[in-house]
Design a protein around this ligand. Sequence first.
Ligand code: GLC
Ligand code: CA
Length: 554
Amino acid sequence: MKKTWWKEAVIYQIYPRSFMDSNGDGIGDLKGITSRLDYLKYLGIDVIWLSPVYQSPNDDNGYDISDYQAIMEEFGTMEDFDEMLAAAHERGIRIVMDLVVNHTSDEHKWFMESRKSKDNAYRDYYIWREGKDEQTPPNNWGACFGGSAWQYDEATAMYYLHLFSKKQPDLNWDNPKVRAEVFDMMTWWCEKGIDGFRMDVISLISKTKEMPDGEIHGLYGDFGPYCTHGPNVHKYLQEMNEKVLSKYDIMTVGETAGVTTETAKQYAGENARELNMVFQFEHVEGDGKYGKWTDEKLPLTTLKKTLSRWQTELYGTAWNSLFWDNHDQPRAVSRFGDDRPQFREASAKMLATCLHMLQGTPYIYQGEELGMTNYPFQSPEDFRDIESINAYREWCKEGPLSHDVFWPCLLYKSRDNARTPVQWDDSAQAGFTTGTPWIAVNPNYKEINAKAETADPDSVFHYYKKLIALRKENPIMVYGSYELLLEESEELFVYTRTLESERLLVVCSFCDHETTFAVPEEFAGASCLIANMGNEYGKTEMTLQPYEAFVLIR
Ligand code: GLC
Ligand code: CA
């Protein structure tokens, strides 16, 4: 297996709107990020994945870009960006940009031209079709944020495709001019000195020419089979690699919803000339009852099976990302751990242990290193996220489910859970802003905040710091092979890693009661690398506390 810096790195995701506000307008910004780089340096991360900071009307918080070469006014200026990049580099931290090129904003100049007339020079930059008739879109596909995936446009009496909101029209990647524009824009950023790209929904860029109705899933037809891993996706990524990526020492990660371990080898194979790694969702999806919505936890055996399959099938052939949460997922500790006060810290540390000891590049989503939790939403008005707002309307107000059935699902899975401001200290608004934050601060900030945790050597923060440091000293964490033990256990997640003669045993309790565990003979007397509570690690018959986790090395 090739050794590379991005396999050895730990990535930290920043969602700028909610990270740190420098000027009291309630919105996080670039100067705010710069002011917290020392905190990130202290934590020890190597790379920042920066969610979009480009100019955007914010229909989907920056994932709808109206100018790829300008900074969103609310976040600052290009000078602020350059300052932030330089300050990060001074600290040895790299910055990976979010590249959102499956679609633009409808306020991007390309689209404003495109919609004007059928013979406009930009017409073919987007995907236009005639309706079946005046009232009926070209097919039954539903958009990810609700409604039809087609929007009727009066100027030319045709429909345009938008797999997300109607303010996010899909680009036509089959048009070589579109590809050339995107590659030029990427080159411009690389020349600026950025360190890579996280590619938003990149598995969707190539659509099948025929666009038949999809199988009805929920309320609309599924576009999946006709847009995910479409006919030319690998061709276009290889072209991107050849024209841009291969020219720079950068890191690339593709958000590849729907990818399998087989197709991952095409996107991010050791010898494939496309991307460095995939970011896939099998372990965080598959629990949905109503589309993605549910209020139920996945059984541990299912979670282990999925994670283990990715561990073994990619070993030595392709590279994966490791994550429990991001800006599109609820908070890890509330979902996979236990956010009740008596278990929050232990389960947050346990989850961190479980993830960072796996093979792949670990991602920490802002606030995860503090054990931040889901937000106690009180009413539908509390939500800011377009997906949550539309889902409540479609499934509940206008749809088949009662408030009582859908509400717990929204509480459990809304993306806004991850988007409440980072809790910096115990002052008003958790030190995030001196003004009124754009989305409410979680009321638990008095106990859970960076100031308290950096001062407490036993905190979740210091546990993450230790895990990151261990990765630098123990190549086995990066390059070791994986084996699952106790496959059938609904309580314990236990696995080994092996690199030459070295072995790790990783033991994580996912339950809220005591359990027993028999340490395999070969680890009797092995030393403990890290643990989230005290126990006797030389023993073979052990009683584990709720959410206990430890790693033995021999
Ligand atoms: C990705 C982003 C998500 C966004 C969507 C549309 O899944 O992570 O936040 O809403 O793409 O760009
Ligand atoms: Ca601000």
